[in-house]
Design a protein around this ligand. Structure first.
Ligand code: FE2
Ligand code: FE2
Ligand code: ZN
Length: 499
């Protein structure tokens, strides 16, 4: 057999493995392909942007895994945990852990679902690779937490925490929403809105914060995960262009998905806004600047300009997210600080250098400062024993200020089948009103709490439910975890002064 060129070899190993069903109708084998109204003319001309065969993929990935585990081993062996500049950083790592890890696992299921239901060779092979990537991310993160759990609270019962914690219903509802959509919508939700628009902002600022505070282990997790993202983003981009170029009747459908999933993705990242601005004692970048660079410049002014030729406009609520950048991280910090007795991580008392940094970066921080200072005089003064009322779409507490009039709440109401549903913002209301039957199915923690799902003593029942204990919640600097960290440092002589 003549030797094949790279392109032929790639085709032989990937695309040419497909066949068209002869024994059953196409619609029986691929029942979802026409359900969303997407029109495909000749999608087989589309190429997987990375054109990699499986053996190359495995080789690259195993090298990445090897590098990560070497960093982790060194970190463990050298008491890396004791050497970060401030132990409160790990409370942020816990927030990341309980949210991102289940998301990675669900992204793995979702990619398999998309590949199964879209009979386009290029998309199939790219989603297959990505499904394995996401499983790798989920497992690497789990390995990271298993190690960290020897030093810190909150990560010792991941199965229960992952299943029942109210905080991660935010990320779970996002992925369940995509997994219960059609395959093309799911592809736009994840590959485009999540991967292309937002993953840079997820991994780059937070991983560089990890580097800045001295957590090399977490920085290495961020780096190895992010190294797969360029492939994921390329899939999102080429799938978007393919769908737009296949038929112009696809354009309004795609625009609707971009409107919805931009806002869903943006709300999902609210927690990242807070992580970037609050938890690292040294911050390489603020949420506001990261949003301006990665979303406003790269996505709105770059990509969406290119998409104009197809008739695509900016996501419907892009303007709202721009207005909210001044308030976003502070709002989320305030909310999570208020409900700190119900989370698997602790909030913390802001230090004077934190106030200084926040005031320098955000002119609007002054709206929040008095509240936060008052809260700190008595750390538990504002923690309520209840659960917050959450948005029916994004599942975040519906406590966002209206950025046009910050003394008012932005909360919105919709009626459906004689019941009133609450959403946190016009963006979420728009999503709800478009598919109310989907969002009325949500599990509402506040409703579960009031209806007795947590038992006679709701607080005790909640801890049983999440597998955590009250000592793992509250404020960081007064916690047993901080005391352990200080003791560990003393033991290593890290705080000794020689001059
Ligand atoms: Fe991932
Ligand atoms: Fe990804
Ligand atoms: Zn919402």
């Amino acid at each position: 057999m003549a030797k094949l060129g790279t392109k032929e070899k790639y085709h032989a190993m990937t695309r040419d493995l497909m066949w068209e069903p002869k024994h059953f109708d196409m619609e029986k084998v691929y029942p979802l392909i026409e359900k969303e109204g997407i029109i495909l003319k000749d999608p087989s001309r589309w190429e997987d942007p990375f054109r990699m065969a499986y053996n190359q993929y495995v080789k690259i990935q195993s090298e990445k895994d090897g590098i990560y585990h070497a960093v982790r081993n060194a970190f463990e062996a050298n008491d890396g945990h004791a050497k970060v500049i401030d132990s409160r950083w790990y409370e942020g790592v816990k927030i990341f852990a309980v949210n991102v890890q289940p998301g990675e696992y669900q992204a793995h299921r979702l990619m398999a679902y998309i590949g199964r239901n879209i009979p386009i060779e290029a998309i199939r092979f790219a989603t297959f690779n990505q499904a394995i990537d996401e499983l790798r991310h989920a497992q690497i993160e789990l390995k990271h937490y298993a190690h960290m759990s020897k030093q810190i609270d909150g990560l010792h019962n991941i199965p229960a925490t992952s299943q029942n914690l109210w905080l991660n219903t935010v990320v779970k509802s996002f992925f369940d929403d995509a997994l219960s959509a059609g395959p093309f919508e799911a592809l736009m939700a994840i590959s485009f809105a999540f991967e292309y628009v937002f993953t840079n902002i997820l991994f780059l600022p937070f991983a560089s914060s990890a580097g800045a505070v001295g957590d090399d282990n977490f920085a290495a997790v961020g780096k190895t995960v992010q190294s797969d993202e360029s492939r994921h983003m390329a899939l999102g981009m080429s799938a978007l262009k393919m769908l737009l170029e296949e038929d112009e009747r696809n354009v309004p459908i795609i625009q609707g998905w971009l409107d919805k999933w931009y806002w869903r993705g943006y709300r999902l990242f609210s927690v990242i806004a807070m992580l970037v601005d609050y938890y690292p004692r040294i911050r390489p970048i603020s949420w506001k600047k990261a949003f301006e660079t990665y979303v406003e410049e790269q996505v709105f002014n770059g990509l969406f300009k290119d998409l104009r030729k197809y008739g695509i406009t900016l996501p419907k609520f892009a303007g709202d997210s721009i207005k909210e950048k001044e308030y976003y991280s502070h709002t989320v910090f305030r909310i999570l600080d208020q409900y700190k007795m119900a989370n698997p991580y602790r909030s913390f008392k802001l230090q004077e250098d934190d106030y200084e940094w926040l005031n320098n970066e955000y002119s609007k921080f002054s709206h929040f400062e008095p509240f936060i200072r008052r809260n700190e005089e008595n750390v538990f003064a504002n923690s309520s024993p209840g659960m917050p009322a959450v948005c029916s779409v994004c599942q975040l507490p519906a406590e966002f200020p209206n950025p046009d009039s910050p003394l008012e709440l932005w909360t919105q109401y919709s009626e459906h089948n004689g019941k009133t549903y609450m959403t946190c913002s016009p963006g979420c209301k728009h999503v709800f009103d478009h598919e109310p039957d989907k969002y009325t199915q949500i599990w509402w923690p506040a409703e579960a709490y009031l209806s007795g799902e947590f038992g006679e003593d709701p607080i005790a029942g909640m801890f049983k439910y999440t597998g955590l204990s009250p000592e793992e919640t509250g404020e960081h600097y007064s916690s047993r975890e901080h005391a352990h960290w200080l003791e560990h440092r003393r033991h290593l002589g890290l705080d000794k002064k020689f001059f």
